[in-house]
Design a protein around this ligand. Structure first.
Ligand code: ADP
Length: 502
């Protein structure tokens, strides 16, 4: 097993990985940019190395600098977390070439899944259902329109190299095609260095469901059920839960079988996630495979009683998986809420500044994957996610109640957070029913709805009204007995009357 792991990341996920290392007797090594000298993840590591300036490209994306930190620290493995270099095949290869184990799949598996078109082709071949669409890239608007007509409008133009919810455009009719193709392709070229785009049927009001896969280097693959990730804003997940409220045991088996085929098709080793889009008739189609640990991995950990980070480290070290598929049984329900430093009342603008007060929720069934502390100044350079609140309970109903309770305990001041927005989402009828889709937020959220249905705010208002009423009654009652009062009491009453009878 490894003696020292360099964590090529920051924030809550770097803290998460450091914790797993310590529990396994492995020395965690942090890297940091100039903006992160005092970041929480640095404090959680036993050693830390500066890798460059505050911009990501100077530090957390700086391969040469990270490899030199590996050499200097003597780390024998690198954990990339998610984001940054986690799905960069060249980085995985550079680690291997430098004799450092990359905790993730091989560079070739990352490449096979990194390009959406190549992945679609590989999945079709492996017998995994894909969204109807073009077989290859489309360049000519007339050809593209022909494909669109054959699968039916609306369609989605997607950048083959896209990611992070970017590089997608809906086309609803032939007339829009020419302009849409030029725009999407131009944007893709600028953002991803690859202008190729292809067509997929645009599935209206879909659900996003994904399967967690874990594979070792000895040919064993296990799947840990699904996560429901349909609560999205701008194609980005906000709340995730496991299990999905709409997946039946039969559907879980079919999804898991497809995910297993996907992993085997590319010779996958490590933790990976196969994402599916589900239409209103519960047909599912392969979207993409994320060849890394997912932000929302904790909900799977809670429901399956597994530590996915430790398992990643074990299989990267060559150990065979200690679990068998028949041992993998879900129990209870987990919900994760991503807490961001942003202002939902004002267009979700990032809110930066120094955290003066931070109270994280506690109590039964609450887990914090947090990346900040009281006194910490949030830098402007990175993703504004402060951390994740994860709750676990025996049933979905109890988990929702617990999630609301936990969010109401969350305090982060004076920085604005999306906590009230998350409470709004948890209170939505569609969420409670489980019938929500990826468009729910877009079509239902308005800033005026913040606080509207939060029963604790209502209770506080009622309590305040009762207190004020009581106080006034007391004052009025006291005035009836004026003759019995002494001078001190009269003076106090005069003062109180002045203050409360306004
Ligand atoms: P990325 O790599 O940018 O995350 P994905 O292909 O995983 O892109 O898609 C992200 C989200 O975009 C999905 O969760 C879903 O909400 C939406 N989406 C993707 N493809 C389709 C489609 N064919 N029809 C409708 N929505 C889609």
């Amino acid at each position: 097993m490894f003696a020292k792991i360099l964590i090529a990341n920051r924030g809550e996920i770097a803290v998460r990985v450091a914790r797993a290392c310590k529990e396994m007797g492995i020395t965690p090594v942090a890297i940091y940019s100039d903006a992160d000298r005092t970041a929480l993840h640095v404090a959680h590591a036993y050693e830390a190395y500066r890798v460059g300036g505050p911009e990501s490209r100077e530090s957390y994306l700086n391969v040469a600098s990270i490899l030199s930190a590996c050499r200097e620290s003597g780390a024998d493995a690198v954990h990339p977390g998610y984001g940054f270099l986690a799905e960069n095949a060249d980085f995985a290869q550079a680690c291997a070439d430098a004799g450092v184990a990359f905790i993730g799949p091989s560079a070739s598996a990352i490449r096979a899944m990194g390009n959406k078109l190549a992945a679609r082709a590989a999945m079709k071949k492996a017998g995994v259902p894909t969204v109807p669409g073009s077989d290859g890239p489309v360049t000519d608007a007339r050809d593209a329109a022909r494909v669109a007509t054959s699968i039916g409008y609306p369609v989605l133009l997607k950048a083959a190299a896209g990611g992070g919810g970017k590089g997608m455009r809906v086309v609803r009719g032939e007339k829009e095609f020419d302009a849409a193709l030029k725009l999407t392709s131009g944007e893709a070229g600028a953002a991803f260095g690859d202008a190729s785009v292809y067509i997929e049927k645009f599935i209206e009001r879909p659900k996003h469901v994904e399967i967690q896969v874990m594979a070792d280097a000895h040919g064993n693959v296990v799947t840990y059920g699904e996560r429901e990730c349909s609560m999205q804003r701008r194609y980005q997940k906000v709340i995730e839960e496991a299990p999905s409220p709409v997946v039946t045991p039969e559907m879980r088996a079919a999804l898991s079988d497809a995910a297993r085929k996907a992993a085997i098709a590319v010779g996958y080793v490590g933790a990976g996630t196969v994402e599916f889009i589900v239409d209103s008739e519960r047909r599912f189609f392969f979207l993409e495979m994320n060849t890394r640990l997912q932000v929302e991995h904790p909900v799977t950990e809670m429901v399956y009683g597994v530590d996915l980070v430790k398992q990643q480290i074990e299989v990267a070290g060559g150990a065979p998986l200690a679990v068998q598929q028949s041992d993998v049984v879900p129990r209870g329900h987990a919900i994760e809420m991503r807490v961001y430093a942003e202002d939902p009342a004002h267009g979700f603008l990032p809110s930066i500044g120094t955290i003066k007060r931070l109270v994280l929720p506690q109590g039964p069934g609450v887990r914090n994957e947090n990346g900040v502390y009281e006194g910490y100044e949030i830098p402007i350079y990175y993703d504004p996610m402060l951390g994740k609140v994860v709750v676990y309970a025996d049933t979905r109903v109890d988990a929702i109640q617990r999630a609301r309770r936990a969010l109401r305990e969350y305090r982060c001041e004076p920085v604005r957070t999306n906590v009230d927005f998350l409470l709004w989402a948890l209170n939505e009828g569609a969420f409670v029913d489980g019938n929500y889709d990826t468009k729910h937020i877009e079509s239902h959220f308005e800033p005026s709805k913040l606080h509207q249905r939060d029963e604790e705010v209502e209770l506080a208002a009622i309590a305040a009204a009762i207190a004020a009423f009581d106080y006034r009654s007391t004052v009025r009652y006291a005035t009836l007995d004026e003759s019995k009062d002494g001078a001190w009491r009269r003076a106090a009453r005069a003062d109180a009357t002045k203050r409360w009878s306004r």
